[in-house]
Design a protein around this ligand. Structure first.
Ligand code: IVH
Length: 669
């Protein structure tokens, strides 16, 4: 009997260890080792053993992450070591001031140092949480609250898979170890989760805070939250390193995720440089950050520096430019694009976002307006990220006054009044009129852009101005512009007029591929244009292309072929094109190197790439004939995985899709 019991106990112990190891590799290291199905099988085995032997249930068993009944309210928890905040440095200059303050303070304490060693990590844009481990076991999770007292969210934090229920290092039984860090949504997880919400969250931070503070932990368990450790709080019977950088390493060894950037830097200049690098890499990170945390590395110096009332003297938050602000939505207008797509645009009370004044932002399409519940007059959240067009990401409903108005999406094109239409599987309404002035204006802008005719001085503003003064009517008419007309335009000096005319003339020397791309035909990107140019050789052959011939052309999809054929068949298009050609283009022979190495291959991207952004990777794939899709399916050929991959990794593994890293990718190229 004893033997049976002890072997069951042993089995349970082994299963718990195994499952926790798998979970650690998956959630903390992002290096999954087994499939979901296998994990589930082991989990169920453990569950049934535990059901029959409840006295053997271990506190760190994965089955203990879910299960208790909803709470009435959260209990209050006192932080033995207060959770302080940080003062901010808004730029390199303010980091210099911080360094000066540190040195001056230390000098008064007779520690004269020429250069200070700092540590620098990402400042996570999440929710601060304290985790208390007794003898290595998680006994309490708490929010920061007012810093002295927080809320007991133990049940909720237990549902977060990247939080170990038991530390992954042997620690003394009488030890108390408090780990501090942030609960957040990884970007990928947030996107997927939020897309399913009826009322979406405005950003990952709000979603993390809302998810963590659920009285019913079963709700929290359905939210894909992550935890990243950044420091220690209360410590008993456990030795900490003598510097912060090693403390972070120790946190990682104890089983936690840590900042992707954790640097040790000597001297102010290098520190400022590192701050700038961190700001540049921000958009490519798997999580959102609002800055970096800079700290004096040595524990000895930290102790001398001590604290002010609410924040330590030894640390500072180096804040990046805010990428998100709130402002009033004054109106919603409709922009008609080159291919007739109607995009609702938020007209905003101007607001500074990330150092740029934003007065317009995209609302994407009708469905997005409905999903977000945006009304005219609302206070909305505006976000910009890197070079991406600013977008309205949410509404602050609590600030509504009652006089906000619903936006009714137009049934007709606001420019040419044609009845708009929408395909069943698309979210976008389109103006069907190829001659719609708005479409034509966008077509001219596209024709003059870099990848096409590349006409210096003929950007968006100039094109709008020329249309406004009725100096142009379509692409061809730009080549009829006269000096006398141009100089009459507001703020147009003689020199600029001459420069524009010169640029127009130079643009007539063009490769056939660029010319075709410049026509702005739907689905005809740079690559398709190159394939077409190579196939037809001279522009006159363009009109003789027939549908079968197009479909048979390698690498041109059926949809593109059909669209092209329709374009060619349209007599108005033909007339316009002939008119354009008559302006005297000198088509250049250009080395049309069209790579087909990824021809027909479907790629999915996940995680953070080191040497390129995901957009750059997408461009490379497409230029070489491949396609990039948003999610993994059995039709996927390759998953290009960077560090910290999302759930796509596991799915690809389960479906036995070939997973490649950046090195494999470059080798393929
Ligand atoms: S260290 C004395 N490191 O920023 C406080 N804090 O104002 C020392 N935060 O809400 C904090 N990422 O939760 C530290 N890598 C990081 C952090 C970080 C985010 C938050 C923290 C607190 C605020 C400090």
């Amino acid at each position: 009997m004893f033997n049976v019991m002890s072997s069951t106990k042993q089995k349970i112990e082994n299963l718990v260890k195994k499952l926790n190891d798998y979970s650690y590799k998956y959630y903390v290291l992002s290096k999954p080792e087994i499939s979901d199905a296998k994990y589930d099988k082991l989990y169920r085995e453990l569950e049934s053993l535990e059901e029959n032997n409840p006295s053997f249930i271990l506190p760190d068993s994965p089955t203990q992450r879910v299960g208790s009944a909803p709470l009435e309210s959260f209990q209050s928890v006192k932080h033995v070591v207060p959770m302080l905040s940080l003062s901010n440095a808004m730029n390199g200059e303010e980091l210099r001031d911080f360094d000066k303050r540190v040195k001056n303070f230390l000098a008064k304490e007779e520690k004269d140092l020429e250069e200070i060693e700092y540590s620098l990590e990402h400042k996570f844009d999440g929710v601060a949480v304290s985790l208390l481990y007794k003898g290595g076991e998680l006994i309490q999770g708490a929010t920061r609250g007012d810093g002295a007292k927080g809320e007991n969210v133990t049940d909720n934090v237990k549902t977060i898979n990247s939080i170990p229920l038991k530390l992954r290092m042997e620690v003394p039984e009488n030890s108390i170890i408090e780990i501090r860090g942030e609960v957040l949504f990884l970007r990928d997880d947030f996107e997927k989760f939020n897309a399913k919400q009826v009322t979406p969250f405005a950003n990952p931070r709000n979603a993390a805070s809302g998810s963590l503070r659920q009285l019913d932990m079963r709700v929290t368990a359905t939210r894909p939250l992550s935890f990243f450790g950044y420091g220690f709080g209360q410590i008993e019977n456990f030795e900490l390193p003598n510097n912060h950088h090693d403390s972070i390493k120790l946190i990682s060894e104890l089983g936690f995720k840590i900042s992707k950037r954790s640097s040790k830097i000597k001297g102010l200049d290098k520190l400022v440089k590192e701050f700038e690098i961190a700001e540049q890499e921000r958009d490519g990170l798997p999580y959102e950050v609002d800055g970096v945390v800079v700290q004096v590395n040595s524990v000895e110096l930290r102790e001398i520096l001590g604290f002010r009332e609410r924040s330590p003297r030894f640390a500072i938050a180096g804040k990046f430019q805010a990428q998100e602000e709130t402002t009033k939505l004054l109106d919603i207008t409709i922009q008609v694009g080159r291919t007739g797509a109607l995009t609702p645009v938020a007209e905003l009370e101007p607001v500074q976002v990330g150092g740029v004044t934003v007065s317009r932002a995209t609302l994407h399409n009708e469905e997005e307006i409905e999903r977000k519940g945006v009304k005219i007059g609302d206070i909305v959240i505006v976000k910009r990220q890197g070079d991406v067009i600013p977008a309205v990401t949410g509404v602050i409903e609590s600030l509504r006054k009652g006089d906000e108005k619903d936006f009714i999406f137009p049934k007709n094109c606001p420019i040419c009044e044609a009845k708009v239409s929408k395909k069943e599987d698309e979210a976008v309404w389109r103006c069907p009129n190829d001659l719609c002035l708005a479409q034509v204006e966008q077509k001219v802008i596209h024709f003059a852009s870099k990848g096409a005719a590349d006409i210096d001085g003929l950007g968006q503003k100039m094109v709008a101005l020329l249309f406004k003064h009725k100096l142009i009517t379509d692409i061809a008419s730009i080549y009829d512009l006269k000096f006398e007309d141009l100089v009459k335009l507001p703020r147009m000096a003689e020199l600029s007029a001459n420069n524009l005319l010169k640029a127009l003339d130079e643009s007539k020397k063009i490769s056939l591929a660029k010319f075709i791309f410049g026509l702005g035909i739907r689905h005809v990107g740079e690559r398709t244009a190159k394939i077409l140019a190579k196939h037809i050789g001279v522009i006159d052959n363009f009109f003789n292309l027939n549908e079968e011939e197009l479909i048979e052309l390698k690498d041109i999809g059926e949809e593109t072929a059909k669209g092209l054929y329709e374009y060619i068949q349209n007599t108005e298009n033909k007339e316009n094109l002939l008119n354009l050609i008559s302006k005297g283009f000198r088509f250049e022979k250009e080395e049309e190197n069209i790579s087909s190495i990824f021809s027909g291959k479907k790629f999915v991207l996940t995680g953070t790439l080191q040497n390129m952004t995901r957009n750059e990777a997408k461009k490379i794939i497409e230029e070489n004939g491949g396609k990039v899709l948003g999610s993994v399916s059995k039709n996927t050929d390759y998953l290009l995985s960077g560090s910290d991959p999302g759930s796509k990794f596991k799915k690809a593994k389960d479906l036995k899709i070939e997973i490649i890293d950046e090195k494999d990718f470059s080798e393929m190229l």
